[in-house]
Design a protein around this ligand. Structure first.
Ligand code: SIB
Ligand code: ZN
Length: 436
């Protein structure tokens, strides 16, 4: 890492609320892991000492994308079990295969996802899985920022439940703040329909003890909500509220089937929602009430979910889907405008995770940012680049990526991971899983 990086002649996304313009032209200066300057002119003081310059011509700079929900190792199951209903997809296809996953499978599956995410401009990803030491290892080696948790399904004996809880707690303790602070850990009971109430309460208790955030799947399908009412006499939001889940800083994945009262409850407890439009469409789970959630003050961010229900980890696609779907279902073309969709994929991700130093190109923020190649036919003319990023661009257009001030992708190539090896090993892992 050089002392100082100066990007000149650049166009930078400015997504802070209330600004008149969403881009500025000029300079951005990075020192170590932080953005120290951004503006139209360059104060002379920054040119003294050791400096690396980058010419920003033909590039659009924006905050690194933040993927707030996923299961990275599931990329090994990409294309295995498409076009199915959630419950049978999980029970008949995913869980039997996942039961055979070893640490080695999780390592290579995660590596496959992380290299896809980095090359596609994602600088921070949330992951809920098991064999999490392997996920942390990949995160550490690749240079990506990560919010990690051992997800736990409680449909098992109390002994196994205890083992899973211990594993989750141990992982969270071992890895919180590791990799130069790039790794954050959370606790995650998988979902109200896979975790008995007492099991969820144990996670809540542990989260209080260790001062950690909580994350879970919630209200993804109508069937799940119905089952919750039948089994516990409450809809999922009231159920989780009663179990104390929202007494910790927390966020939920999906939140597709919510009534007005539930939205108000989420807003009251400042519970974020990770909206996963691609996965929700593919599994036909329904369409989340994103406009109503935002109107109520709920922070909505974007996630891909696993690559077995998406089937890629392209956050540009999620931005575009979010911007399009909610126009379509509301009949209102002003719903989720481009800048809003980009905020969902960046600063709202940071707010969802209660991180206040990533998600914006602003002085004092961590230097997690990306440069998109805008010198391509589908991105001309250079009218509104925020609009282009949402409506016209894709992961393939990402040219350079920095995380924590370190360049991890240069000219479309990942500098920190061995792509050929990863592709080979991931293919091998899948073949072996089929035979085991
Ligand atoms: N294997 C662990 C649970 C890991 S959490 C991650 C789990 O979430 C599952 N998953 C992936 N996508 C979804 C989704 O959209 N909804 C619900 N579960 C999902 C995934 O198959 C995986 O089993 C245990 O038994 O305790
Ligand atoms: Zn999920």
């Amino acid at each position: 890492m050089t002392q100082r990086l100066i990007i000149r002649n650049g166009l930078f996304a400015q997504l802070q609320e209330g600004l008149a313009q969403t881009t500025i032209k000029g300079y951005m200066v990075v020192e170590q892991d932080r953005i120290v300057y951004i503006g139209e002119t360059l104060p002379e003081v920054y040119e003294q000492g050791e400096v690396e310059y980058i010419d920003g011509k033909g590039l659009f700079f924006m905050p690194g994308l933040i993927n707030t929900h996923g299961h990275a190792a599931m990329s090994l199951l990409r294309g295995y079990g498409d076009d199915m209903v959630l419950q049978s997809w999980l029970q008949e296809k995913m869980w039997p295969m996942e039961a055979k996953f070893t640490g080695n499978d999780v390592y290579w599956g995660t590596a496959l996802s992380v290299i896809e995410m980095l090359k596609g401009g994602t600088t921070l990803f949330v992951d809920m899985y098991d064999h999490m030491d392997q996920v942390a290892k990949v995160s550490e080696e690749s240079g990506i920022r990560a919010a990690l948790m051992r997800g736990a399904i409680g449909l098992c004996s109390e002994d196994v439940q205890r083992m899973k809880l211990n594993e989750a707690v141990q992982f969270a303790k071992d890895w919180n703040g590791q990799a130069n602070g790039r790794i954050t850990t959370l606790l995650a009971p998988h979902a109200p329909y896979t975790c008995p109430p007492a099991f969820i309460e144990k996670f809540v208790e542990a989260a209080h003890e260790l001062d950690l955030m909580l994350h879970t799947h919630m209200s993804e399908t109508a069937a799940e909500v119905e089952q919750n009412v039948k089994e516990y006499g409450l809809r999922p939001v009231a159920h989780l509220e009663k179990l104390g889940l929202f007494s910790r800083p927390s966020f939920i994945a999906h939140g597709v089937h919510l009534n007005d009262e539930e939205i108000a409850t989420l807003a009251k407890h400042n519970v974020g929602v990770s909206h996963n439009p691609g996965s929700n469409l593919k599994l036909a789970s329904g369409v989340a009430r994103v406009v109503d959630l935002q109107r109520a003050g709920v922070v909505v961010s974007l996630g891909t979910d696993g690559a077995a229900s998406n089937n890629n980890l392209d956050m540009f696609e999620e931005m575009r889907l979010a911007a399009l779907i909610h126009k379509g279902v509301s009949g209102d073309p002003t719903a989720v405008p481009a800048a809003d969709a980009m905020r969902m994929a960046t600063v709202n991700g940071a707010r969802t995770l209660h991180m206040n130093d990533v998600g914006l190109l602003q002085v004092g923020m961590k230097a997690d940012f990306i440069a998109v190649d805008i010198d391509q036919p589908h991105l001309y003319p250079h009218t509104d680049l925020v609009s282009h990023m949402v409506y016209s661009a894709s992961a393939k257009d990402v040219q350079h990526v920095w995380v924590d001030g370190n360049q991890v992708v240069k000219n479309g190539e990942c500098l920190t991971m061995d792509e050929e090896r990863i592709k080979h090993e991931a293919e091998q892992c899948f073949r072996n899983l089929l035979e085991r």
